[in-house]
Design a binder for this molecule. Sequence first.
Ligand SMILES: O=C(O)C1=C[C@@H](OP(=O)(O)O)[C@@H](O)[C@H](O)C1
Ligand SMILES: C=C(OP(=O)(O)O)C(=O)O
Length: 396
Amino acid sequence: MKNISINLSGSKSITNRLLVLNSLYNNSIILKNLSLSQDSKLMAEALASNQEIIDIHHAGTAMRFLTAYYSIFSDKKTILTGSSRMKERPIEILVNALIDLGADISYLEKKGYPPLLINGRELYKNTVKLSASISSQYLTALCLIGAKLKNGLNIEIIGKITSFPYLNMTLQILKDLGISACFENNIIKISYFDHLEKQEYTIESDWSSASYHYSLCALGNELTINMKYLFENSLQADRRIESIFKEFFGVNTIFNNGEIKIYKNTDFKYPNNIEIDMNDCPDIAQTVAVTAFGLKIPIKITGLETLIIKETDRLQALKNELEKCGGEVEISSSSIELKNNFNFNKNQSIKTYNDHRMAMSFTPLKLVFPLNIENPEVVEKSYTEFWNDMTLYGLY
Ligand SMILES: O=C(O)C1=C[C@@H](OP(=O)(O)O)[C@@H](O)[C@H](O)C1
Ligand SMILES: C=C(OP(=O)(O)O)C(=O)O
């Protein structure tokens, strides 16, 4: 049995919410276990900068949260831009909602997409309606500034909320800090809140990063992996990796005082096929699909309509690379299906499409057969220590 200990940094989602809130509230929160991800560094740099042009590269949360943040920054003019992929990731629903509240935002290139010109000003209106079926980040962006609006904020959500646990995380963080936020009958109400007490917040480690170690545990032999500062009661959507891997891949988790130990149940009987809706945890869809492939288990994952607008079109990217490895894959606009026809084509070169999660989700397959990961540096978007940690498995 090989025993491996991994030190993950803080959740990128929690970090990016708290960085914005801290900046809105005079840095009164002492943040511990911050994410070391590039997305969080970019967020922190943007918030500390007094430049007019802010480039947040690939960081979706930074793009969306900062659009709201700069909108209420009186007398500040900001050009918010990003990578060429960011210029293809839609933002119109959020921009329209902010304009309805009185914000001054215009598009500098294509309507509905970054880059944006934002002339910050005080917003007095306090009621807005918007759809959250494309991205929950639009809602979070509004919630983060809500308590700083003089009249508070009431958001009426139209239709389905995608990636729901991320909204829940936002509301719970506000409440933990002492800000009144309630969500009932599709309406979020946030009251004006001027001043935060000095307080400390220790950020839970990143469950999305932990997911790759679950995959390594499932695909490897006789591994016991320990990870610190992950809790049974978590605000993170990707905490669901624990129950998915237990139910379908026989990986058990022992929670012990903020530390987890994961190991494979050797008596586990794998399912003949898997059907699972992952709308509430889209960022681990790639981990689950690739693990099922490595174990030769047919799988259909549904609820994935948002994957098309992430760092790349993740459904198409998964299909391309899994087929290259020897899978038979069918995709629709919201699902991916691996058919019961598995070959392992060795020594393929996996394209990563500027998507950290393509690189990280395919790496555990190297425990099954040799392959090459192209542009390995993409992992820094969320997990800068990834390749260092992979050396512990003899993988880099
Ligand atoms: O709010 C957040 O921190 C996030 C929300 C999700 O996005 P969508 O709501 O756009 O699916 C998730 O995919 C992203 O990685 C992080
Ligand atoms: C989709 C992701 O991030 P973002 O939307 O913040 O770019 C991700 O980290 O998988």
